[in-house]
Write a new protein. Structure first.
Length: 206
């Protein structure tokens, strides 16, 4: 049975976004282009919460690996580069002291890392507000799928069997940039203990 009857690309995308949000646990793996270079992602999503790691030139040209946990409006990170979001920057001495420790920032704008772990990012490569259309593809790596495209180079692949879940995002112009989604059992996502809260250090985000 197909996941959805013949519909427009926008309708299929809406069903896929709903199915993705309701999935008990989603594993996201792949690479995407960022401002300073290519980023490697490996994380789990449960509803609006997520946890995992990102590697590459995230906030500078230096390649680093950062662990993160996002729970509601709290964004925890740990790595050799301290991520503080888009607010006032803490003193260099404090940033050096907090390397490889869990820190937490709060606010609507979580900065560069937060943007990588939203459904907007996942569906965005096939158009953020752009008009989607049906592409020529009829399967993704042997699995029956709807091929939704932005008409340029990005494709959002949706399962055409069972639940209309996103399978992958690919890019014709940059084959190395692709995200693949896997679905499994619910995974508990909890806040790290003893995280340093930047809002209590006088650096509340707007």
């Amino acid at each position: 049975m197909t996941a959805t009857p013949a519909q427009t690309a926008a309708q299929i995308a809406a069903k896929a976004r709903d199915a993705f949000t309701k999935a008990p646990n989603v594993r996201v793996r792949g690479k995407v282009k960022a401002e300073k270079g290519r980023i490697t992602l490996d994380y789990s999503v449960r509803g609006k919460n997520s946890k995992g790691k990102v590697s590459g030139p995230l906030i500078s040209k230096k390649n680093t690996t950062t662990q993160f946990v996002i729970i509601g409006d709290k964004h925890y990170t740990r790595g050799s580069e301290v991520i503080v979001g888009d607010g006032p920057k803490p003193p260099a001495g404090l940033l050096k002291k907090l390397r490889n420790q869990w820190t937490v920032i709060r606010g609507k704008d979580m900065g560069v890392l937060g943007s990588l772990t939203t459904t907007t990012m996942m569906f965005g490569p096939a158009g953020t507000g752009e008009t989607l259309s049906m592409g020529p593809g009829r399967d993704f790596e042997g699995k029956p799928a709807f091929d939704l495209t932005d008409g340029k180079s990005a494709h959002l692949w949706i399962s055409a069997q069972g639940e209309p879940l996103p399978l992958a995002v690919t890019n014709d112009k940059s084959p190395d940039d692709r995200l693949v989604f896997a679905y499994g059992q619910a995974e508990r996502i909890k806040a790290p203990a003893n995280a340093v809260d930047f809002s209590k250090q006088g650096f509340q985000l707007p």
